[in-house]
Ligand binder design. Structure first.
Ligand code: ADP
Ligand code: MG
Length: 354
C-alpha cells in the first residue's frame, strides 16, 4: 500500500518527499505464520496533526489489536492538543501568546518535547531551532504580498529568533520568555514525539508488532507475520514512484527537505525550512531520510540536516552510533546521494537514477 503525505495544516510541514510503503497488506495476504503465534490484526487511518495518521497493529486477537490502536491514537491526539500552534489553548499557543518574563505552566509532555528540542538545538549547533516561527510568518506574508522581505524586516524578525530566548524549568514544567516576540513552531519534532508515544501505547497493550505512520514519518517494531522487518518505500524526490525500499524494525524513519512545500515569490520557490542563523529558506535543499531509535530524534535530525546540508549533516550523523541518514541532492538529471556509513544495512534496493 502506498501513502502520500497530505498538506500539513496544523504543523505547516509536510515533507512529501517520500512515499512510505508498509508491507502490511501484502504480507497479510501471504498468510504466513512465524510471528509468535499472534493472529490478530487491525489497521486504522485518521486525520490528525494536519495530516494522515495510520496505525497498524498485530496482537493475539483482532480486538486486542484494535483496542491498542485506539490507545495509540489517543496519544497522538494528546500530543496534538499540546503542540498545535493553531489550537489557541495548546501549550505552544499559550507560550506564543505569553508576555515576557511570565512563567507559563505546561504539561510534562510539552516539557519533555522541549528538552528534546534542546538536545537537537545543541547537537545541530543551532541549525534546529523551533523559534523560527516569526521567520515563517514573515516569508508567508512576503509571498502573499508578492515581494521579497526587506533587509530591515529580515533583521527585525531575526532579532526575535533564538532558542536562548526560551527559558525552561523542567522540574516545574514551566516555560518563560525573557523577551517578548519569541514564538515556537514545533512542526519539525511534534510528529516524531507523537509516533514514539503511539508506538509505546501499542507495545504496552501487548502487541507483537506495530507501525505508526504520521504524514510519512514512520515508527515501527516487531514485524508483520511472515516477515522479519517492515518494508518502507522511499519516494522519488524528483518525481513519481519509488527510488528504493528499506528494511526497518524497532526504529523510526523520518523525512524532510521537501521542495513541494514552499512559498512562492515572483515565480521562485522558497522552502518551508529556514536557516535560523540567516533567516533565509534553505536553498537547493536535498531530500533527507533519517533512521534513529526514536522518531522524535529522527524527525528533528531530518530537519536539522536540511539546514546543515550534506557535508556537515552526514558528518554529524557519523558521530551518532545508532543513527543513519541519506540525503538526495539534485539536479534530477544528475542526482547525488550522500549516505552515512551504516545506511546500507537498511537498503533492500535503491536506484536514485531510475
Ligand atoms: P515535515 O513535517 O514535512 O516532515 P520537517 O519535519 O522537516 O518536515 O518539518 C518542517 C517544519 O519544521 C516547517 O514547516 C517548520 O514548521 C519547522 N521548521 C522550519 N525550519 C526549522 C528549523 N530550522 N528548525 C526547527 N524547525 C523548523
Ligand atoms: Mg522533522
Amino acid at each position: 500500500m502506498r501513502y502520500v503525505k497530505r498538506k500539513n495544516r496544523f504543523f505547516s510541514s509536510s515533507a512529501l518527499l517520500f512515499m512510505l510503503v508498509a508491507s502490511a497488506v501484502s504480507t497479510l495476504s501471504a498468510g504466513c505464520s512465524g510471528d509468535g503465534g499472534a493472529g490478530g490484526e487491525s489497521e486504522k487511518t485518521k486525520t490528525l496533526m494536519g495530516t494522515f495518521a495510520r496505525i497498524v497493529a498485530y496482537a493475539w486477537t483482532d480486538e486486542q489489536a484494535a483496542g491498542a490502536i485506539e490507545k495509540a491514537f489517543n496519544e497522538v491526539e494528546t500530543v496534538e492538543q499540546m503542540m498545535s500552534e493553531h489550537l489557541p489553548e495548546s501549550d505552544v499557543s499559550r507560550i506564543n501568546a505569553a508576555k515576557e518574563k511570565v512563567w507559563i505552566q505546561v504539561d510534562p509532555l510539552t516539557s519533555a518535547v522541549l528538552s528534546e528540542v534542546n538536545w537537537a538545538w545543541k547537537t545541530s549547533d543551532g541549525a534546529f531551532d523551533p523559534t523560527i516561527r516569526p521567520l515563517l510568518k514573515m516569508w508567508r506574508g512576503a509571498a502573499k504580498a508578492g515581494r521579497m522581505p526587506t533587509r530591515k524586516e529580515l533583521a527585525q524578525t531575526l532579532n526575535k529568533v533564538g532558542w536562548k530566548n526560551i527559558e525552561i524549568n523542567a522540574e516545574k514544567s514551566q516555560v518563560r520568555k525573557p523577551r517578548a516576540g519569541t514564538e515556537l513552531d514545533l512542526g519539525a519534532i511534534a510528529k516524531g514525539y507523537a509516533i514514539d508515544a503511539a508506538i509505546e501505547a501499542l507495545r504496552s497493550s501487548g502487541c507483537s508488532a506495530g507501525l505508526v505512520d504520521i504524514g510519512g514519518d514512520v515508527g515501527c517494531f516487531g514485524s508483520p507475520p511472515g516477515r522479519n522487518e517492515w518494508v518502507i518505500g522511499v519516494q522519488n524526490p524528483f518525481g513519481e514512484g519509488l527510488v528504493g525500499r528499506l528494511n526497518v524494525s524497532g526504529e523510526a524513519i523520518c523525512t524532510s527537505g521537501d521542495y513541494r512545500r514552499f512559498v512562492e515569490i515572483k515565480g521562485r520557490k522558497y522552502s518551508h525550512i529556514v536557516d535560523p542563523r540567516t533567516g533565509l529558506p534553505v536553498a537547493g535543499s536535498p531530500s533527507v531520510t533519517v533512521i534513529a531509535p526514536l522518531a522524535v530524534r529522527a524527525d528533528a535530525l531530518a530537519t536539522a540536516l536540511s539546514v546543515l546540508g550534506p557535508k556537515e549533516g552526514i558528518k554529524l550523523i557519523e558521530s551518532m552510533p545508532e543513527v543513519e541518514a541519506m540525503m538526495i541532492e539534485g539536479p534530477p538529471e544528475e542526482p547525488k546521494v550522500h549516505k552515512s556509513s551504516g545506511f546500507d544495512k537498511y537498503v533492500i534496493e535503491l536506484d536514485v537514477l531510475r
